[in-house]
Design a protein around this ligand. Structure first.
Ligand code: CTP
Length: 402
């Protein structure tokens, strides 16, 4: 179960294009994530999908008329826009976009949007010639001036057989925008450093010591903090995840490099979240040439890496002002005791304890089950959630501790 959209009231405006069927699917998806969806349709939209479809999928009455007798006192053209957290216009046809750009209010959808105070997200979908026409482009520019967010349509084959821009944007992109619109900017002004991923400890030019961390949890934290307005530095070990937009990425390879990057950027931070799975050891000696086989009982000598978090915790003891320190612990048993011990030993403000015994959570998967333990002894056991949601829960707790 998601919580990012839980109880968010989304007013979906559907105008008359073939992509209206996709809006029906989006209604279902939004509801599945806990959003309360109310739909209003233009007259043209009803030629593509019936109001009944949207009523069934949204679980709410669908609004189609400005002057419906049953709504005589409700003034839907004012109240629909007032009683929602945001308006999603999808698909937005060239005609509806033109009406909004002109400030017309000659049907329910345009009147509601004209009267609304809520944020408006516009998802154009139309034939590419219509989309690229200077009139449509000028209208879209005007909508942006009004403060509406316009999500560019995707390129590809259109219902009419043409190729080009005009396809309704992909759901995942739109979903991210919806979350961005609905996410409070409660970390604005905060500088947050996140470490993520594994480290690589080279033994020779072809071999290394590492672990199974994918970096997903750290990247999710960086993305969520950024989305909530923080200035984010992501110190990332090797991995294949695309960094979130708007985040400063410092790529590192070994624990020693991570240590150097964190030491350098740490002092300017307000919050430091150490989500990296740092190698505790590295090969004691790096062989510049590839090691040949042949020795029957080869042994590998190891040297201890700096414990970056412990060192920060030590410095925190004597510093007058220090960033809030958040650590992770990967535990297969005695989670809480181990977490408590590490929180105290490393002088942390918060620790997120990962249960690595569960198969559905932890390393390299999209979900995580963590227990949060703070410096005041408060314990919060989170259910199995996506890493994106876990990230927001951790940030909520951080905000309480700041
Ligand atoms: N950490 C670090 N530098 C290290 C090792 C760990 O900064 N050299 C950080 C990790 O990013 C994480 C936390 O410390 O936030 C994990 O602490 P650690 O004691 O290493 O936990 P485990 O790896 O779970 O420890 P152990 O193997 O002893 O259970």
């Amino acid at each position: 179960m998601s919580f990012l959209l839980t109880d968010k009231r989304i007013l979906l405006g559907v105008s008359g294009g073939i992509a209206a069927y996709k809006a029906a699917d989006w209604t279902r998806r939004l509801r599945k994530e806990g959003a309360v969806v109310t739909v209003m349709m233009t007259r043209a939209a009803q030629n593509f999908v019936t109001p009944l479809t949207f009523a069934a999928l949204s679980g709410n009455r669908v609004h189609t008329a400005m002057f419906a007798p049953e709504d005589a006192e409700a003034m839907p053209h004012i109240n629909l826009g007032r009683n929602c957290d945001m308006i999603l216009l999808a698909p937005a046809t060239a005609n509806t976009i033109a009406r909004l750009a002109q400030g017309l209010a000659d049907d329910l959808t345009s009147a509601v949007i004209l009267a609304a105070q809520a944020k408006v997200l516009v998802c154009p979908a139309m034939n590419s010639a219509m989309y690229q026409h200077p009139a449509t482009q000028a209208n879209l520019a005007r909508l942006k001036e009004f403060g509406y967010t316009v999500i560019d349509p995707a390129c590809g084959e259109l219902a009419c057989g043409d190729q080009g821009p005009g396809r309704l944007a992909d759901w995942e992109i739109v979903r991210q925008e919806i979350i961005a619109v609905l996410t409070p900017q409660d970390l604005r002004g905060q500088k947050v450093l996140v470490t993520a991923g594994p480290t690589w400890e080279p033994l020779d030019p072809v071999r290394l010591l590492t672990n199974r961390s994918s970096g997903k949890m750290g990247y999710a934290l960086a993305a969520a903090a950024r989305r909530r307005g923080a200035q984010v530095v992501l110190v990332s070990g090797p991995g294949s995840i695309t960094p979130p937009a708007g985040v400063e990425v410092l790529p590192v390879v070994s624990a020693q490099e991570m240590h150097a990057a964190v030491s350098q950027r740490g002092p300017e931070m307000d919050v430091m979240i150490m989500a990296a799975a740092v190698s505790d050891y590295r090969p004691a000696r790096y062989e510049a040439r590839k090691i040949k086989k042949g020795t029957p009982d080869a042994a590998l000598a190891l040297a201890a890496n700096p414990d970056i978090l412990r060192e920060l915790g030590e410095r925190k003891k004597t510093a007058r002002c220090f960033p809030l320190l958040v650590g992770f612990a990967a535990e297969s048993n005695d989670h809480l005791e181990e977490g408590r011990r590490k929180l105290a030993a490393k002088n942390l403000d918060l620790i997120a304890i990962n249960d690595i015994s569960a198969e559905d959570a932890g390393f390299a998967v999209d979900n995580n089950r963590v227990t949060l333990l703070d410096r005041n002894g408060a314990v919060e056991e989170l259910p199995l959630l996506t890493k994106e949601e876990v990230a927001h829960r951790i940030l909520n707790t951080i905000l309480r501790l700041i």
